[in-house]
Design a protein around this ligand. Structure first.
Ligand code: EPU
Length: 302
């Protein structure tokens, strides 16, 4: 959706919004898939409610993009503008056992920042690509750690009230790759409470997780991590592997030959290639195991 030529764009600029016309979202996602639209960078948190009201009044559909590492975006001209928080120099500070971090910060960067200040617990999250905000929204987890366990407060733009609010960790539900945040809520900042641990010990834990990840996941290829959630008590990756589907393709979308629950963009995959592959694999798993796999990746398609 293009709004850069509309009078609205001047009003947005006055609210501290930076407008980038015609951005290709394939450059903003780890899958390298996604069509084009205008991008609005929200430089001032305090004006976000006003920006949202303006977009609603003008009936401009919008979606919020974080690190772009767990999303599959449609091809072609997109029917929404994309909102984004500025990623340069996001705020991070530590006070005792509390870490205060901007949602736009890189998740791994945050783990390292805290580790250097002798705050641990999040070693398992080190190799999970993406932003802190995205990790919060999805309750990202790996190797027995979930970010939700450490959350004490989240500052967010709450779509239901149209205001910026601070929510206590106890009032948020963090489940497996799911939280009680509404899809339109925008994460802004988080306060985490982390256990004290010597940097050297944290580093040793980080190394172990990095090794495991390197040994089992296709880290140098374009992917969105795991495509499906694991069904209760089961493993999507193992089932897909047992079906002999590693290397199985639809156009340039391919089941990784390293980890069967990672689907990679092996060239110029389109969103439709990827969706065809997802449906095909889901159908084969259903036929063989009688189980309906649920997407872990978030789909942006009208
Ligand atoms: N397996 C296979 N073949 C494969 C892949 C896995 O047989 O191609 C087997 C493994 O040998 C293992 C079991 O399946 O016995 C589980 O595999 P793995 O340990 O790789 O973990 P996973 O359940 O596939 C989950 C998360 C990952 C996270 C890892 C490590 C989900 C959907 N995936 O994967 O998270 O990195 O555990 O903790 O929960 C993500 O969220 O995008 C993601 C990649």
């Amino acid at each position: 959706m293009r709004i850069s030529e509309k009078p609205l764009s001047a009003r947005l600029k006055a609210l501290g919004v930076e407008l980038h016309a015609g951005v290709s979202l394939s450059e903003k996602t780890s899958l390298g898939i996604g069509g084009a639209t205008d991008e609005l960078v929200l430089r001032r948190f305090d004006t976000i409610p006003e920006v949202m009201r303006l977009l609603a009044d003008e009936k401009i559909p919008h979606r919020f993009l974080g690190g772009g590492t767990n999303v599959l975006i449609d091809d072609g001209e997109l029917p929404w503008v994309v909102l984004h928080l500025p990623t340069s120099q996001p705020g991070m500070r530590v006070e005792g056992n509390a870490a205060y971090v901007d949602a736009a910060a890189d998740l791994g960067g945050m783990v390292t920042f805290c580790a250097k200040r002798d705050l641990g617990g999040m070693e398992g999250l080190i190799g999970v690509p993406g932003s802190v905000g995205g990790a919060l929204r999805m309750n990202a987890g790996a190797y027995g750690t979930q970010i939700g366990s450490y959350v004490r407060e989240v500052e967010l733009y709450r779509a239901a009230t149209g205001a910026i609010e601070t929510v206590r960790g106890n009032d948020i539900r963090f489940d497996y790759r799911h939280t009680s945040f509404a899809p339109e809520d925008v994460m802004l900042r988080v306060k985490l409470e982390l256990p004290s641990k010597p940097f050297k010990e944290i580093l040793a834990g980080i190394r172990v997780c990095n090794e495991k990840r390197r040994a089992s996941q296709p880290l140098n290829q374009k992917s969105a991590g795991c495509i499906f959630k694991n069904p209760p008590g089961g493993s999507a990756g193992r089932m897909i592997d047992e079906l002999g589907l590693k290397g199985h393709r639809s156009g340039d979308a391919m089941v990784s030959d390293r980890h069967a629950n990672f689907f990679i963009n092996a060239g110029n995959a389109s969103c439709s290639d990827m969706l065809r592959l997802i449906d095909d694999v889901r159908e084969r798993v259903r036929a063989r195991y009688g189980m309906e796999l649920e997407n872990e990746v978030i789909l942006w398609k009208n």
